[in-house]
Design a protein around this ligand. Structure first.
Ligand SMILES: [Zn+2]
Length: 120
C-alpha cells in the first residue's frame, strides 16, 4: 500500500488506501447525514482493513438494501461500507484520515435523499 493510512478513533481498526482519492463525496441521504461521513470509493480488495471488532448496519427502512455500513464496535467510528452482492465499489469514510489531506480534496455532493429508499 502506497496510499494514506487512517484509523478509527480508538485505533482498533486501521485502513490503508491504495492511493489518495481525487475527491470526497458528501451524501445528504438520511443515513449519511446521521453518520456524518465523507466517502471515497475504491475497488473492494484494494483497501486493507486491519483489526476489529467491526459491527455492521443495514438500513432498516430499505426494502432492498444495497450496502452495509461498518463501524468500530469499540469507539463507534464509521469505517467503510461494502455492497450487498457483487459490486466493484466500496466506500471508505475519509474522516478517519489526516484532516490536512482530506480537507484539501474537492467535495462532490450527492443528492441521496432524492433516491428511492430501496436503492439508487
Ligand atoms: Zn475504534
Amino acid at each position: 500500500m502506497t496510499g494514506p493510512a487512517g484509523s478509527c478513533h480508538c485505533g482498533a481498526i486501521r485502513l490503508h488506501l491504495p492511493h489518495v482519492p481525487n475527491e470526497v463525496t458528501r451524501c445528504n441521504c438520511t443515513l449519511c447525514t446521521k453518520l456524518g461521513t465523507r466517502w471515497a470509493y475504491f475497488r473492494p480488495g484494494s483497501v486493507a482493513i486491519e483489526g476489529g471488532p467491526i459491527d455492521g448496519y443495514v438500513r432498516a427502512d430499505a426494502v432492498k438494501p444495497s450496502l452495509t455500513t461498518h463501524r468500530c464496535a469499540r469507539c463507534g467510528s464509521v469505517t467503510h461500507w461494502s455492497a450487498i452482492g457483487d459490486h466493484d465499489r466500496m466506500g471508505v469514510n475519509m474522516n478517519l484520515f489526516d484532516p490536512d489531506l482530506v480537507d484539501a480534496l474537492p467535495v462532490r455532493t450527492c443528492d441521496g435523499r432524492a433516491w428511492p429508499v430501496d436503492g439508487p
